[in-house]
Design a protein. Sequence first.
Length: 353
Amino acid sequence: MWRVLGLVILTSSATVEASFFEVQYPNVDVFSEENGNVTVQAGESGNILITPGAGGKVYIGDTVFSELATIILSLPPIWSQSLGDGRLGTFSSGQPISVRVLAEDPERGPVKYERISGALPANVVIDSNTGRIHGKPPDYDALYKFGIRATDNHGKYADSVFTIDVRAVNQCDPKPCKNGGSCTDGADDFFCVCAPSFGGKTCEDVCVNTALGVNFKEKKIPDAQMSAHMTLPGYLAANGRLNHTKGWVGTAKGAWLQVDLGQPTWVYAVANQNSPGGFLTLDYNLATSLDGASFTYIKNGTANELFPGGNTPTSVTTNVLTQPVQARFVRFVTVVVSNKPGLRVEVYGCKIL
C-alpha cells in the first residue's frame, strides 16, 4: 500500500488536486505519456511517504531503495587502535613471520584486505580474508613499508600504512667451518674457505681420502662422463669403475681411460684395479685438464711420472700425488701392460666451491 499525504500528482496531461487522496489495490501503476514526467509533490511543510507493505520493496529503477540507502549510509571500516603507529615488529630473517592487521566494519560485515602500495618481504604474503601476514623473509637487513586497504562488502574502504623490520642472521654463528676453515656470512647461507687438504661444505672432508664417486658401488659420476681411446670391443669406458665386474680394456699400450669430474676439483690421489681376465696395466701416466682440450702430464722432475698399476686383477693400488692439482678431466694413459691394458679406477679429492 502506498500512503500519500498532502499529495499533488502532476503529469504532462493532467493535474489532480485534493487534500486527501488514497487508492488501495494489490498494485498501483502510475505512468506518464511518452516523454512526459510523473511528479509527486508535497505541500510547503508536508512530507512524501512511500511505505512498502509487509514483505514489499520500493524500487528506484531496478534498485531496491532500502539496499541503496544502506550502501549510502554505511561507514568505511575502522582500523584497530592496537596497531598504533603501524609497526608490526622486528623479525629475524629465515624465521617465520605471522602477524595480523585488523579493521572492523561498523555494520559488522566481512572485510577484505589487499596490499596497495610498497612491498612485503619476499616469500611473505597477506591473507585477504583474515589480514594475517605470514611467510619466511630472506636473509638480509631491510625495512619494509607498505599500504593495506580494508574494504567492506559495500565497497567502502580504509587505507593504512605498516612496516616490518627484518634483521639478517649471522650464518657463521655458531662457527660451522671445521678443520681450521674460515667462514663468510651469506644470504641464507655461509661459505667456508678450507685449510689446505680439506674440503666440503664445512671443510669436513679430508681430500686425500674423499672418493669422488667413480666407484661402481657409488656411481656419482654418470656413465656419460666416462670416455676412452683405443677401446677393445665389448669393454666400455663406463665399465672402468673401481669394483666393476668387467672393467675397461684397451687394444694396446697407449690406450687411455678418462674421467670427467663435472667441475674443477682438487685432485689428491687416484686408485686402480686391473680388469678380470688377465688384462693388466702395470704402469700408467696421469694427464689432467680443466677444459678437456689441453692436457698436462703429472711430472716427476722433467719426465712423466709413472704410477704403479699392480700386477693382480683384484688388488687396489692407491697413488697419492706429490702435489694436488686442479682438474676437471683426469686421464689414465697406459704405459706398461700385460696382455692388453685393463683399468678400473677411482679419483680422490675435493670439489672447488
